[in-house]
Design a binder for this molecule. Sequence first.
Ligand SMILES: [Fe+2]
Length: 245
Amino acid sequence: MIYGVFSDVHANYDALRTVLKHLHSFRPEGYLCCGDLVGYGPQPNECVELCFALPNFKCVIGNHDMSVLDRLPVAWFNSSAAEAIAFTIKTLSPKARSLLETMPLSLDFGDITLVHGSPRNPAEEYLLTGEQFLENADFWKTQVCFVGHSHVPLAMSRAGEKFPEITALRHGEKILLEPRTRYIFNPGSVGQPRDRNNRASCGIFDTEARTFEIFRLEYKVQKTQELMRRRGLSELLIERLGNGW
Ligand SMILES: [Fe+2]
């Protein structure tokens, strides 16, 4: 089965459409999303509705989604993120809100687990190190776990009892899954990349070929920035979208 994999859309509709157009060319039978459909960006309703119209769409809830639904205190966030959450609460349609409410904290099916932050703390932990991989090892059971939250595309792997390896993933990089090895993949962020590369990030997971491949795609960053400005979102958020940080 071929899955389109993405995360951290953050209400960036133009980036989302660019990503979905690319993923669609692989004829995926399903889509996996690690949360944060909203927050930061200007078009939450459009993003939520487009995602939920995808075939076989599986998505877990992210910390921004939770805060919009009043399930995580807004005090958790810095001031510009908190302002964007207030904007999202004000803007969100009843339909989009009810779709967000269906998203669970974690999902596992077949050989795949989905969480936003980490298996042991889906809402909050940024999973970035080998030590964290080990500390999380007993909190998920499948061979592959997809995470988001850090907005950095990463492959983390642990062969047998060895110390985990961590690889930053670049455009076109394809990981071939080995037996007796567990993987945590982060597909990066669609709507607010943070690895000094402003291109939207996504991946393709092929369960038969046992591969995960990452893609970075140019989209109209300035168009999203102009819309953010018109909707009164913070200059800091607008600027970081251009810098990819
Ligand atoms: Fe995020």
